[in-house]
Design a protein around this ligand. Structure first.
Ligand SMILES: [Zn+2]
Length: 256
């Protein structure tokens, strides 16, 4: 399938992607329609999404699936060393276990968003009540920790469904997608992560990286992401780009 999902992706890694094999058995037209409306994070068909910021000299780095001790704290250290800000889309059950990392994000000027309670891959098959529960449990925990319920939601893997979108709308949240994805949940090197990001990135882009491990990938590591981040930030700086939190970058409130 020659489409936007694979167009910017290293060709030698395409066959490792789970959709590469699954799409083969589906007709090309149906696969493309499904991919675009539901699976493509940047699609506005199911619900409106934000995937860029209106800034000429900035980008918005975002980190998903944390907080995770051993990774998130090092990401925060690196951001601080480079005077950069970012946004973290948190798994609620992880935030409940590691509230000190969430408090540190807020104290250091980063934005916190909702990334469901447990990031379950089967969530796309569930109805509105499931998504309401996922959103509300996470927002309640984040409000207890930070004092504010988030207004920003990132769908697990970027997959949006109509029941999910209804729950997001009723929870007064907005979707945050991305224009650049680092593919850093795969087993790739820091150099490759840096190359994927810096080869694509343009002013105003929202970029997705990962400081955590979703429950289905507990045997993986975000070590490569942590090691890639300083070089990504150095290259951004050399191009005159700074990383802003979404609270800094968006004109509308990021908390309720
Ligand atoms: Zn995720």
């Amino acid at each position: 399938m020659k489409d936007g999902m694979t167009a910017n992706f290293p060709s030698h890694l395409i066959m490792q992607h789970p959709f590469a094999a699954g799409a083969a058995g589906v007709s090309a037209a149906a696969a493309l329609a499904l991919w675009y409306s539901v699976l493509y994070s940047g699609s506005n068909i199911v619900a409106p999404v934000i995937k860029t910021i209106h800034r000429h000299q900035a980008v918005a780095l975002t980190f998903d699936d944390g907080p995770t001790p051993g990774f998130t704290d090092r990401v925060l250290d690196i951001l601080q060393q480079h005077n950069a800000h970012a946004s973290f889309f948190l798994i609620g059950s992880q935030a409940k276990q590691h509230p000190e990392l969430v408090r540190r994000m807020i104290a250091e000027g980063h934005t916190v968003g909702n990334h469901t309670w447990d990031h379950h891959h089967h969530g796309v098959w569930h109805g509105e009540a499931y998504w309401q529960d996922q959103l509300q449990r996470t927002s309640t925990v984040l409000a207890e920790i930070t004092g504010h319920a988030p207004a920003l939601f990132r769908a697990p893997m970027g997959f949006k469904t109509p029941p999910q979108a209804r729950a997001v709308r009723k929870s007064a949240m907005r979707y945050i997608a991305w224009r650049v994805r680092a593919w850093d949940t795969l087993r790739i090197s820091p150099h490759t992560i840096c190359r994927i990001v810096t080869a694509q990135i343009r002013p105003g882009d929202i970029v997705t990286l990962h400081d955590g491990l979703e429950p289905a990938r507990r045997n993986c590591s975000q070590e490569s992401t942590v090691q890639a981040l300083p070089e990504i930030l150095r290259i951004l700086k050399s191009r005159g780009l700074t990383s802003l939190s979404l609270e800094q970058a968006l004109e509308s409130p990021v908390y309720q």
